[in-house]
Design a protein around this ligand. Structure first.
Ligand code: SF4
Length: 232
């Protein structure tokens, strides 16, 4: 079985387990999604959502966030991790968008082919492949892009879809190259979601529940764990 065939088999089984197609969880505009994604880095969903909500409540628009004292932005996003780093980073990104576009609006990416849109986004300070993919996939744009965050990254590594030790950033290109060309945006979104759900529910960081896993026969990590010596 080649890499894409294995990925499809994993996808199909996890889709049966978690129920595809999976509903999009939000329909933010691209600017909102970009800010939301920046706040979400290594933060629990509930906490980054609270930080995003507070930011929206305290500032009338993104220009006000950009021009506010950094301490005020930091205070508004204390619910997320590292607000002291994320506040100045967010303002840097907002200033760069203003310089390039003339206003705080990134809807121009809707007109670009996905690779061009991702390259444009990733040329902004603080934007990496996960955020560029999230802006295109999770926002109301609903484009075909695969964000790889910690759960999908861990599950893909354990399944041997990506090499052990490959960092999250470069893992984006490797996994994307394996996606079937004919998959549409919903299927690519589903792939992200099922890997994430599997990481949250079965393939836990510390104690993956391999014995009952739907993809155990495809997973070298799970087979090694199940075949290994019983704890004495
Ligand atoms: S077999 Fe184990 S390690 Fe492999 S995907 Fe399933 S839970 Fe994760």
């Amino acid at each position: 079985m080649d890499a894409t065939a294995r990925l499809i088999e994993v996808h199909d089984r996890l889709c049966r387990a978690y129920g595809c197609p999976i509903a999009y969880f939000d329909a933010l505009d691209p600017m909102e999604e970009l800010v939301s994604s920046l706040l979400s880095h290594r933060t629990r969903n509930a906490d980054s959502a609270r930080a995003f909500r507070t930011l929206r409540e305290r500032f009338p628009d993104w220009a006000a966030v950009r021009d506010a004292p950094v301490a005020a932005v930091q205070e508004a996003i204390t619910a997320c991790t590292w607000p002291e780093a994320k506040a100045p980073a967010l303002q840097r990104t907002l200033r760069a968008i203003t310089e390039r576009v003339g206003r705080l609006d990134i809807s121009l990416v809707a007109e670009m082919p996905v690779p061009e849109a991702r390259a444009w986004l990733e040329s902004l300070p603080g934007i990496g492949p996960k955020t560029s993919a999230a802006v295109l996939s999770f926002s109301a744009l609903r484009r075909r892009a695969l964000p790889v965050d910690r759960h999908p990254h861990r599950v893909a590594q354990r399944l041997g879809l990506i090499p052990a030790g490959l960092a999250v950033g470069p893992a984006h290109r490797v996994l994307e190259a394996m996606l079937p060309q004919e998959w549409d945006a919903q299927q690519v979104y589903d792939h992200h979601e099922v890997l994430m759900l599997h990481g949250q529910n079965v393939c836990h960081f510390r104690a993956p529940r391999c014995a009952g896993c739907a993809v155990l026969d495809l997973c070298p990590t799970g087979q090694a764990r199940c075949d290994g010596p019983s704890p004495s």
